[in-house]
Design a protein around this ligand. Structure first.
Ligand SMILES: Cc1cc2nc3c(=O)[nH]c(=O)nc-3n(C[C@H](O)[C@H](O)[C@H](O)COP(=O)(O)OP(=O)(O)OC[C@H]3O[C@@H](n4cnc5c(N)ncnc54)[C@H](O)[C@@H]3O)c2cc1C
Length: 387
């Protein structure tokens, strides 16, 4: 098939590699608006489960990706000055730039044509291809151009986010919740190399407005956030990489395709930075589409239909998980965080995807309160008061 992929992010590149490996006769052209060596963002986290799932289709790539990378088997939840470790949360942390460079190299090695520095703003050439894939991220032009048929929904989160880096080392994935008079602020930190950590700042709408963050600009916001989290940064500043405040978009599409055009990754549907799985979500879409294309040789319409049939139930389920995480974070603005240990447990259970038995087995000290039977004296007192 002749295939055009709009966007050379993790989703578009992984699709082109897996599809080419399944059938080297495909002619695949990836068009990316950024120059070859450009990237936004810092590091991204992959759970061990995500890595295992991706390894099935590209073991060499995934092994190279994680070799020598940062790995941790715990998270840390800090509420003001109290830190609670959560065991059994296994993550690899990888620089987004490293991920893209690796995928670009493998794609080129498979014979995929890569064009950088070119934006696709029209679908006038779609007739020249059997299949066109919009892998152009959360602000997808392909999705916008076909909005009438795809019927996308875009919901803006109420919290504001800014994605920084820092040279402060965070060995495990760390979340810092700070209660300030103007509202709640959250730092999401994770080391992804010997010298770098990603540090994402999330603030509630009321904090954003009361502190006038919209008017501070890139440098003013960086200095403000460095000051805000100074106690946790070990004297290191936050670093900007064109870092601007944004409200994460939650994207859905009622229909996944229009004629010979379909979407994948953030262009089609997002999860949320708070569950840190968008890259793997996009790469899993990519695998499903590549397999569908392989199973329906020369028949793009059937491949697209198969892709949606196979992938949609799982993807919709994962979006529900993301929605639970979004709601949990956004509701924090209006409530007391309470006891840090109970709060940390609540955090771990917020999406329903962590099994309580397994969590308890790994976090015996933290969950001891649920294991001890109610003392007989307390039970007697309760009974007496009830009568
Ligand atoms: C703060 C933050 C933290 C995150 N943390 C994690 C994490 O820990 N783990 C994780 O897995 N994910 C994380 N993500 C999400 C992850 O970055 C995305 O979900 C993922 O990159 C989606 O991949 P994609 O290929 O669909 O799109 P993208 O990575 O956005 O790639 C789309 C590509 O298309 C290009 N493009 C766009 N428009 C055009 C056009 N018109 N023509 C040509 N090219 C175009 C863009 O330049 C880009 O390279 C995070 C995101 C944010 C914002």
């Amino acid at each position: 098939m002749r295939i055009l992929v709009v966007g050379g992010g993790p989703g578009g590149l992984f699709f082109s590699i897996v599809a080419k490996r399944c059938n080297p006769f495909h002619e695949i052209h990836v068009v990316e608006q950024n120059p070859e060596d450009a990237t936004y963002g810092w590091g991204v986290a992959f759970t061990e489960r995500a890595i295992a799932a991706l390894r099935v289709d590209a073991p060499d790539i995934i092994d190279e990706l994680i070799s020598g990378q940062e790995w941790a088997d715990r998270m840390e939840i800090t509420v003001d000055n109290t830190t609670v470790p959560l065991l059994g949360f296994q993550f690899y942390r990888i620089g987004r730039a490293d991920l893209l460079v690796l995928l670009q190299r493998y794609a080129a090695g498979e014979g995929v044509k890569l064009t950088f520095g070119q934006r696709v703003d029209s679908l006038s050439s779609r007739g020249e291809y059997d299949l066109v894939i919009g892998a152009d991220g959360v602000n997808s032009s392909v999705r916008d151009l076909l909005a009438e048929t795809l019927e996308p929904g875009v919901r803006l989160g109420s919290n504001w986010w800014a994605w920084y880096g820092t040279e402060q080392k965070f060995a495990s994935t760390s979340l810092v919740f700070l209660r300030r008079p103007e509202g709640l602020v959250i730092g999401h930190a994770y080391g992804y190399s010997a010298t770098r950590s990603g540090f994402v700042v999330e603030v509630t709408r009321s904090f954003f407005e009361r502190c006038g963050l919209a008017g501070l600009g890139e440098e003013g916001s960086r200095l403000f956030c460095t000051e805000l989290f100074a106690d946790y940064l070990g004297g290191h500043p936050l670093l900007s990489n064109r870092t601007l405040w944004f409200q994460p978009k939650f994207v859905t599409c009622r229909h996944w395709s229009s004629g010979n055009v379909t979407l994948l990754g953030d262009a089609l549907h997002t999860v949320h930075p708070s569950i840190g799985s968008g890259s793997r979500f996009a790469m899993r879409d990519a695998v499903a589409l590549a397999h569908a294309v392989t199973e329906c040789p020369g028949d793009a319409a059937s491949a697209i239909a198969l892709y949606e049939r196979v992938r949609r139930p799982r993807a919709d389920g994962f979006q529900q998980t993301a929605l639970r995480s979004i709601s949990w974070y956004e509701a924090l603005a209006d409530r007391d965080l309470g006891d840090p240990e109970m709060f940390a447990i609540e955090f771990a259970m917020r999406t329903g995807s962590v099994r309580w038995g397994e969590f308890r087995r790994r976090n015996k000290r933290l969950t001891r309160v649920f294991e001890n039977p109610v003392p007989a004296s307390a039970e007697r007192r309760y009974r007496d008061e009830e009568q």
